[in-house]
Write a protein that binds this ligand. Structure first.
Ligand SMILES: *Cc1c(COP(=O)(O)O)cnc(C)c1O
Length: 441
């Protein structure tokens, strides 16, 4: 597959180049030159397939001309070793649980696929790729466990000391081997500044091949389309004539963009809800046609606290920069913190089901959409982006109950923490990275 940059100012590239580079040299985001398409017959054949069958069919259309198919199939099986259940709340409302991966959030889907694509392409080039990430939590842990043990790759992650939860810190610091955690005496902005400085440090870049693992990488986006296709085909078996609405708790809009791609590929999807918290730049764009990003405001749903979403350029590209076209497919709905807590409580009371705050934003937005627009009988799917235990304080506040820790987490909680403490001056990061070739974790 050939990819273009959204700004079209640089040369088209292969999947290998798009994956290893991340961002196009002109600052644009890579998009498929033509969106792959599944015919009605192809889709009918996938209907009884497993998650991994569907994932392979989609991945093949993007990477099948660059990776031998038997190898691609193995890589898919290595990525998705956990279930993607569709939990039925009522006959028309489903929660797609995307939190059964090793770090309990949907970012495992993107990070695990990206890691294997990066490893495959790096091996072909006989290169060792160093992934450098600043993290305030979820992304870093998914990347740590996604790249752990992948040949030809290593990860250096920077996190702010004392500013992540204990569970997150364990996820960031216990993978070991080719994963190095740096505990920075500073805040998240310090971590981001240090990473940016490393990317422009030419003498360092002569020694190391650096890449980032943020959600602008096309290889993080493609695997997120798999679970839309999977849910749409599951629902089609139950309700052959109804096209489901997907409600997507959004921050950088990578998740929603992947859903739009799944629909463009021909999977049976009706409409999307861009569910946001008070950071509502996209909702306002959909209402007014003007994109005016604002500084990020802090909310209960921290993973969605993004004032200027990085994937918005891609979303715009797919709708030819036309907010009316985008509005035909996507409705933006913003949900307040008070509504989020109230939703966790009322869903728990009504269904006995505990959802994390991000998922609750999605549920609330679907509810409001149904009141204002869709008639009864249209199936709705809320994407559940995190396990409630990751945000247990909000759950406790809303329901009064503790959330038990899943078994896989107990194992991570009992592993020894391995992190190198550094200050917030760039020289310290540069020294660590320069000496990396001689280090073992
Ligand atoms: C990252 C994240 C989101 C936002 O996803 P985007 O793809 O950035 O829109 C939502 N919920 C949780 C729990 C997350 O970790």
């Amino acid at each position: 597959m050939i990819f273009y940059s959204t700004t079209k100012a640089s040369a088209p590239v292969t999947m290998k180049k798009a994956t290893l580079e991340g961002l196009a040299p002109d600052g644009g985001l890579y998009v498929p030159s033509t969106m792959p398409h599944f015919s009605a017959e192809e889709i009918a054949l996938l209907e009884n397939g497993s998650f991994n069958n569907i994932a392979f069919a989609v991945a093949k259309k993007f990477a099948g001309d660059e990776i031998p198919l038997d190898r691609l199939s193995e890589l898919i099986d290595e990525c998705f070793t956990f279930d993607t259940p569709l939990h039925e709340l009522d006959p028309d409302t489903f929660v797609e649980e995307l939190f059964h991966g090793p770090t309990l959030a949907f970012k495992d889907y993107g990070a695990r696929f990206l890691a294997r694509m990066t490893g495959y392409f790096a091996a072909e080039e006989s290169r060792l790729i160093t992934v450098l990430v600043a993290t305030s939590g979820d992304t870093g842990s998914a990347v740590a466990y996604g790249f752990h043990g992948i040949p030809n790759t290593r990860v250096v992650l920077l996190y702010p000391s004392g500013k992540v939860s204990r569970l997150q810190e364990q996820q960031l610091t216990t993978a070991g081997d080719n994963v190095f955690a740096l505990e920075v005496k500073g805040d998240f902005d310090d971590c981001q500044r240090l990473v940016k400085q490393a990317f422009v440090d030419q003498s360092l870049r002569q020694k190391l091949t650096l890449t980032s693992a943020n959600s602008i990488n096309i290889s993080r986006l493609i695997p997120q389309s798999f679970y839309y296709a999977w849910a749409a085909l599951q629902l089609r078996q139950r309700k052959p004539d109804a096209l489901p609405i997907f409600s997507v708790p959004s921050g950088n809009y990578g998740n929603l963009t992947a859903g739009v791609m799944a629909k463009m590929m021909g999977f049976p999807i009706g409409h999307f809800i861009a569910a946001s918290n008070a950071n509502d730049s996209v909702t306002r764009y959909l209402d007014e046609g003007r994109y005016e990003p604002k500084p990020t405001v802090r909310t209960l749903t921290t993973a969605m606290d993004v004032g200027n979403p990085s994937n918005f350029a891609r979303l715009r590209y797919f709708f030819e920069n036309d907010f009316r076209k985008m509005g035909q497919e996507i409705t933006g709905i913003a949900v307040s913190d008070a509504e989020t807590l109230e939703t966790i409580r009322s869903v728990y009371e009504k269904y006995g089901y505990v959802m994390d705050p991000h998922t609750a934003v999605g549920y609330r937005a679907l509810d409001r959409f149904r009141q204002d627009h869709a008639g009864a009988g249209t199936p709705g799917v809320v994407l559940s982006t995190a396990h409630p235990v990751k945000f247990d304080e909000a759950i406790k506040e809303a329901t009064g109950n503790e959330v038990p820790l899943p078994e896989t987490m107990e194992e991570i909680m009992s592993k020894p923490k391995k992190a190198t403490l550094i200050g917030n001056r760039y020289e310290e990061l540069a020294r660590f990275l320069s000496e990396l070739n001689t280090q073992t974790n």
